[in-house]
Design a protein around this ligand. Structure first.
Ligand code: GLU
Length: 418
């Protein structure tokens, strides 16, 4: 049976790269596990007067290079090992693009589609209160992730600030732009994915104007990745979300799809009538296209379906969409995979810019942020590709080697306390 536990997968990916780096035993033992794991159980008053218990987590993986950093996810299936994996991936992500942060992740086990705004607000506030001892602008900085929004970041900032008795905008990123948020943050992850795809297409000597792409996931990351790819000349032939998969070999009309999604009560693609609907939504991963962007959840490309993927290039918008078993198959089949920690690092990169703006009490223009983001994504790609070529490894292993090398160097140089 294939290993599908994300934490075990994250450790396996780490081990592969650590082995290549000949990392010291103590650093391997230290960096393959999170520094701190907090699990909280808390009551929340529901709209009907009932009181329900919720479980929340915050996992801090490493802070050798700067404050812990990473999103908060709301999902009914979430468990501690998933959060541990996501926290670990954040450490490598901030290191591979060389921003001065560590890695963390958190979340609440809940299904937001069954909760009212008022209930979500009370859950967010109580969760923030429960983890408030271990977060802070210099300590650990949450951000949005799956099913969390700028509004929720505003509630987190407000709750934390009430405890401190002054406003602390730097305690979370991904806030609304009028409340200390950064211009360009909403677009950053998807735009970064598209920019990375452009770099990889150039390596493969493929002309974006002649490239077709399919995008799995039409949330914040997937929809923006599709829009940016379109802007760069790529034809989007398939998109999917939790409700269905749409395709059109002639190219989908994204503006029309966006209008449909905005008007849909749960912001889904279902009932859109101007494209073909695939019988099974996961067929999108195997459809005819040059570029595949998995931008939904973990474990979508596995040893089971990797042999049927038709794309020549996979750029990971989601965290952990490809299993190690699928990676091996893609490498044998000469399908290039640009790993999550590099491809989707645009989000946390602009989170860093947001945090810098908060500390300096500044607000940069959209153009300034996007120029910085583009430069960061472009300069982060080449060293990974070059190392992969030199070492004869896939891009994931190369990205891990660069990231682990940076964290190891900081840790070694700081030394061990006491
Ligand atoms: N949740 C995003 C990620 O997985 C962004 C994290 C952040 O901005 O801190 O990269």
């Amino acid at each position: 049976m294939e290993e599908l536990n994300p934490y075990h997968i994250a450790q396996l990916q780490f081990d592969r790269a650590a082995e290549r780096l000949r990392l010291e035993r103590w650093l391997r033992d230290m960096l393959r596990v999170p520094d701190r794991t907090l699990s909280v159980e808390f009551p929340v008053k529901m709209d009907n007067g009932d009181i329900r218990m919720f479980t929340g987590y915050r996992v801090q993986h490493n802070n050798s290079r700067g404050p812990y950093k990473g999103g908060v996810r709301y999902s009914p299936e979430m468990n501690l090992d998933e959060v541990r994996a996501l926290a670990t991936w954040m450490t490598w992500k901030t290191a591979v693009v060389d921003i001065p942060f560590g890695g963390a992740k958190g979340g609440v086990v809940c299904d937001p589609s069954t909760l009212s705004q008022a209930e979500l607000e009370r859950i967010t506030r109580r969760y923030t209160y429960e983890i408030s001892d271990i977060i802070g602008p210099e300590l650990d900085i949450p951000a949005p992730d799956v099913n969390t929004t700028p509004q929720m970041m505003a509630w987190m900032v407000d709750t934390y600030s009430m405890g401190k008795r002054h406003s602390e905008f730097g305690v979370a990123t991904g806030k609304p732009t009028f409340l200390g948020g950064s211009h360009g943050r909403l677009e950053a992850t998807g735009r970064g994915v598209a920019l990375t795809a452009m770099n990889a297409l150039a390596d493969l000597k493929l002309n974006p104007q002649k490239v077709t792409a399919a995008v799995q996931g039409y949330g914040n990351v997937g929809s923006q990745a599709a829009r940016s790819l379109r802007e760069f000349g790529v034809k989007i032939v398939g998109v999917s979300d939790s409700s269905c998969a749409l395709c059109d070999p002639e190219g989908l009309d994204l503006a029309e799809i966006d209008q449909h999604v905005a008007a849909h009560p749960r912001h889904l693609l279902e009932n859109y009538t101007k494209a073909l609907v695939l019988p099974e939504r996961n067929e999108l991963l195997e459809m005819e296209c040059d570029l595949l962007v998995p931008a939904a959840l973990e474990n979508q490309l596995t040893a089971k379906n990797a042999g049927r993927v038709q794309a020549k290039l996979i750029v990971e918008g989601a965290n952990g969409p490809t299993t190690p078993g699928a990676d091996d198959i893609f490498q044998k089949r000469d399908i290039l995979v640009v790993p999550d920690i590099l491809a989707n690092a645009g989000g946390v990169t602009v989170s860093y810019y947001e945090w810098v703006q908060n500390i300096q009490r500044e607000q940069w223009s959209f153009r300034e942020v996007v120029e910085k983001l583009d430069a960061k994504m472009n300069t982060s790609y080449a060293p990974v590709r070059d190392l992969a070529r030199r070492e004869g490894v896939d891009l994931r292993t190369a990205a891990y080697m660069i990231a682990i090398g940076r964290v190891a160097e900081s840790t070694r140089t700081r030394g061990v306390f006491p």
